[in-house]
Design a protein around this ligand. Structure first.
Ligand SMILES: [Zn+2]
Length: 421
């Protein structure tokens, strides 16, 4: 078994490579080639070189490494005019599996994904709420074990766990740098503790960025696009030329903390009048609670996301007061998203996150209307608003995909290919 060779003790230098920032500065040739093979099913080296612009020599080298890792194998031949048939390459979906968990205070979603990006097991977990990190990590570890049991997988078949969550976060240390939901979460060794509890390497990732990577994994082949992620709060991510834009510490693109009212109410982030406070579930639920008749009618008073989803469903059921609140939220979010598009000049905006579970099409249509009339480059190209193929799981799937990407983009991939080849 290929992955038996790569079993690692926790806290090894190899795992540090998996988490390293340095990984992101490397040319992700292996990741690009693997994505293409996944997309095309069966493809020759010549076609891969043509599609990527890489030289034949580089492509041959990359394919050799992917075969040594056990990710790719030859699946047949294709006749050519010149007599020598071309050998076709295909993915081995069962070559390895990754676990992804997306969580915030109000939700936790887990998936096990194979090398082809297919979800083989999914699981809703209890929301962390106000509980302490050690309780949540122990719970996650139990759910990971149960998911692997459900999938019939053993640890050596699994590359690792990607935790997609809110920030600010110290991605390298595998920690959150925010006292949410309780002060003990600041600097708690989230990745290291989950590693120790499961025996699997753990990486953390910004949830909106993970959603973008999840969209790519689900088959969104556009190389540049933006993601607007909404769960308990609003975040965003940008994929440029196939790679997530990370800024210096992967804490950028915080759309929810862009001020839309410089004299507005103070936000916990230190800014005033943040989009999160006026357009996200926080703002919508606060406005709904100010209308006692509406709050009573919808049975509000649960947690933030549950209340928001009730308001969303009531909107779809024709409740005029609920619809008015959602309309304000859609317009504010859309106008802020125009800023995001104007900054990055993308041609596509994808909505993902639990908050869009039912009401996603309403936000998408409102966003499309605002994009069509107000993005700066609308006479040069259209900007398409879309929903992620799997709105509620995209970030968890992306979390899983990050584990694989980090491996492919790190020097460890070379060592590992050599070790197993
Ligand atoms: Zn803020």
């Amino acid at each position: 078994m290929v992955f038996g060779i790569a079993r690692r003790k926790t806290s090894s230098r190899k795992e540090a490579a998996l988490r390293s920032f340095g990984a992101d500065t490397r040319m992700p040739t292996l990741a690009i080639v693997l994505d293409l093979i996944r997309e095309r099913g069966a493809v020759s080296r010549v076609e891969l070189a043509d599609a990527t612009g890489l030289t034949q020599a580089t492509m041959t080298h990359a394919v050799r490494k992917l075969m040594a890792l056990g990710f790719v194998h030859e699946v047949g031949t294709m006749p050519t005019n010149r007599g020598t048939p071309r050998r076709l390459l295909g993915l081995r979906p069962e070559a390895c599996y990754m676990v992804g968990i997306q969580f915030d205070l109000y939700s936790a979603v887990g998936v096990v994904v194979d090398l082809a990006g297919r979800v083989v097991v999914e699981r809703r977990m209890p929301a962390p709420g106000e509980r302490e990190p050690e309780t949540i990590v122990a719970e996650f570890a139990e759910h990971v074990r149960a998911m692997l049991d459900d999938a019939g997988l053993t640890l050596p078949q699994v590359l690792g766990i990607g935790l997609a969550t809110y920030g600010p976060q110290d991605r390298e240390a595998g920690e959150l740098v925010v006292p949410l939901p309780t002060p003990t979460w600041v600097g708690y060794p989230l990745a290291a503790t989950l590693e120790a509890a499961t025996g699997l390497p753990v990486v953390i990732e910004n949830d909106a960025t993970a959603a973008g990577i999840g969209v790519q994994t689900l088959g969104g082949s556009t190389s540049s696009f933006a993601v607007v992620f909404m769960s308990g709060g609003i975040g965003s991510g940008v994929i440029l030329d196939g790679r997530p834009y990370r800024g210096v510490t992967s804490n950028g693109l915080e759309l929810g903390h862009i001020s839309v009212d410089a004299t507005g109410p103070p936000c916990h982030c230190g800014n005033r009048g943040c989009l999160d406070e006026v357009a996200g579930p926080t703002g919508v639920v606060r406005s709904a609670m100010a209308d006692p008749a509406l709050a009573a009618r919808l049975g509000l008073g649960a947690d933030l996301l549950t209340d928001f989803l009730r308001i969303a469903r009531a909107t779809l059921d024709g409740d005029a007061a609920a619809a008015e609140l959602i309309a304000v939220s859609t317009q504010r979010l859309a106008v802020a998203t125009v800023t995001l598009v104007n900054l990055f000049d993308v041609g596509r905006v994808v909505l993902a996150g639990n908050a869009f579970a039912d009401i996603g099409p309403v936000y998408r249509d409102a966003l499309q209307e605002v994009l069509d009339r107000s993005v700066f480059m609308r006479d040069v190209h259209t900007v398409q608003a879309e929903l992620a193929g799997d709105v509620t799981q995209a970030a968890a799937i992306g979390g899983a995909a990050v584990v694989l990407r980090n491996l492919l983009e790190s020097p460890f991939a070379e060592q590992r290919a050599t070790a197993v080849g």
